[in-house]
Design a protein around this ligand. Structure first.
Ligand code: SF4
Ligand code: SF4
Length: 486
């Protein structure tokens, strides 16, 4: 055999409770290394290249030639081992010829009735100055979604703002239009929105329930934390009204679980306490955390030390999640749920998210943006709901997004999960939608290792958790023993 070499950026080993786990990076698949696979992998980690003679000399006394050969074949087929002389293949870019859509985000009003101190929206205005989307624009947006969703039986409409409920009249009109039109086209339409909850009424909640809206509430925890940033235009904390409306919402809402979305900022970063309050005391089904790191007002952004602490706290909450999952309970921690889903399903992303590919956001003028966060920014738009998507321009963007070789992503061990990170985060922080937010990268890699450990522990103690919660994908290979069967 020619000398072989380890393709280091395609294999990542994590040891969990004495089990040697190998993540196949291109597919985020997990294998448990058996005795021979572990020895072979260790040998290639120590040596830059190994030929047949070296293999025999090092491992010949411990493993039969056939076993070693099977193992090598498996590693070769996974591109974990490669001919030492083989040149690095160029980045694989999938050509984009059409833009299928599953989701349209309608920016129904630039106005918000609150004035949260950390809000990042570039086009945000007070209610009096809010620019509301006209129904004609919303209707054309939905028609575009249906046209671009050929072959799909479900489509999603997301209402975004400002505060979307500050233009609830439009939301009602869109639902009344979209449901029968989708039905006639043989599709189901799902609606979702994130709200600050201050404008919720019983009648509105019942109407949302009737139309099975996926609802998320922006809330930052108990009063002392929530009121730090989430205030009215006049500067008054909003906890009391939000908590009252959330209690009403959670008591009445039956069609779907309702989640909370927390923005962590300097001084508002008590992950455990916030989760306890929102999940156990108020009764949200799930709580998700988004650390503020790139907003325009630096004072709210978490610095490196605070961000590191947030990740430590997320891991502490993650350990509680694992303990509960082993007992068959789900404590409703969205970030952990997403991480385990990525690992269980073997995520294989070429781009970080659906922005521009499956999903577009529409502003009040009908112009198309990569996603809701870019509405109001100085970044390019990609067509209009009346004239259609500018396919060549958007295709060029998506093709460029697939190759982040210049930024180091190509050899990153979590590239199939991260794929370069949020375009908007990069744009806001670096001024370049493709430039990774590097201070985040190490933390994210560590977070994924934490997820691998969590996955292995839950799978060993209670595989049924994945069957009921995450629908795992089982990975098989002859090289290493099948991962952990579900
Ligand atoms: S952005 Fe950072 S963590 Fe993400 S793939 Fe690139 S290098 Fe890796
Ligand atoms: S670019 Fe960022 S904010 Fe926009 S959809 Fe993607 S991950 Fe979300």
């Amino acid at each position: 055999m020619n000398a072989l070499t380890l393709v280091r950026h395609n294999a990542h080993r994590v040891d969990v409770d004495g089990h040697a786990m190998l993540m196949h990076v291109p597919t985020t698949s997990l294998f448990e290394l058996d005795g021979v696979a572990r020895d072979v992998f260790d040998l290639f980690q120590r040596r830059s290249a190994v030929d047949a003679e070296a293999m025999r000399a090092e491992l010949g006394a411990r493993h039969a030639p056939g076993t070693l050969s099977d193992c090598l074949q498996s590693f070769l087929s996974l591109d974990i081992l490669r001919d030492a002389e083989a040149p690095e293949a160029p980045a694989r870019i999938t050509k984009v010829e059409e833009i299928p859509l599953s989701t349209i985000i309608l920016n129904v009003n630039t106005g918000c009735n609150l004035s949260c101190t950390y809000c990042y929206k570039e086009d945000l205005t007070t209610p009096a100055k809010g620019r509301k989307m006209a129904f004609e624009t919303a209707r054309a947006s939905f028609d575009l979604l249906l046209k671009q969703a050929r072959g799909r039986d479900r489509v999603n409409v997301v209402f975004f703002g400002g505060e979307p409920l500050s233009n609830v009249e439009l939301i009602r009109e869109v639902v009344a239009y979209a449901e029968p039109v989708a039905r006639a086209a043989g599709k189901t339409v799902d609606f979702s929105l994130t709200t600050n909850a201050t404008l919720l009424t019983e009648e509105l909640v019942d109407w949302f329930d009737q139309h099975r809206f996926a609802l998320t509430v922006s809330m930052d925890g108990p009063k002392a934390l929530h009121d730090v940033n989430r205030r009215t235009v006049g500067g008054k904390g909003t906890y009391d009204v939000v908590a009252r409306n959330v209690t009403m919402l959670l008591a009445r809402y039956k069609s779907r679980p309702v989640g909370a979305r927390v923005t962590l900022t300097r001084g508002v970063a008590d992950v455990m306490g916030i989760h306890r309050h929102l999940k156990n005391e108020l009764g949200f089904a799930e709580v998700g955390f988004g650390p503020a790191t790139s907003g325009p007002i630096a004072v709210f952004n978490l610095d490196a030390e605070a961000l590191g602490q947030v990740f430590e706290d997320m891991k502490a909450l993650g350990r509680l999640y694992v303990e509960a999952a082993c007992r068959g309970e789900n404590i409703g921690f969205s970030n952990m749920h997403q991480l385990l889903t990525d690992i269980a399903q073997g995520t294989k992303k070429a781009v970080p998210c659906g922005a521009g590919l499956g999903m577009l956001a529409v502003d009040g003028a009908g112009d198309l943006h990569l996603c809701h966060r870019f509405v109001g920014s100085n970044q390019p738009t990609y067509g209009n709901v009346e004239s259609g998507i500018d396919v060549p321009k958007l295709a060029a963007f998506i093709e460029k997004a697939q190759d982040r070789s210049d930024y180091g992503c190509r050899t990153c061990r979590i590239r199939s999960i991260c794929a370069g990170g949020c375009y908007h985060e990069s744009y806001a922080r670096q001024g370049d939608v493709f430039a990774p937010v590097y201070h985040y990268c190490d933390l994210m890699r560590d977070w994924v290792d934490f997820g691998i450990e969590a996955y292995v522990r839950i799978m060993r103690a209670n595989p049924g958790f994945f069957r009921t919660q995450l629908e795992p994908r089982i990975t098989r290979s002859g090289a290493a023993k099948e991962v952990l069967s579900a």
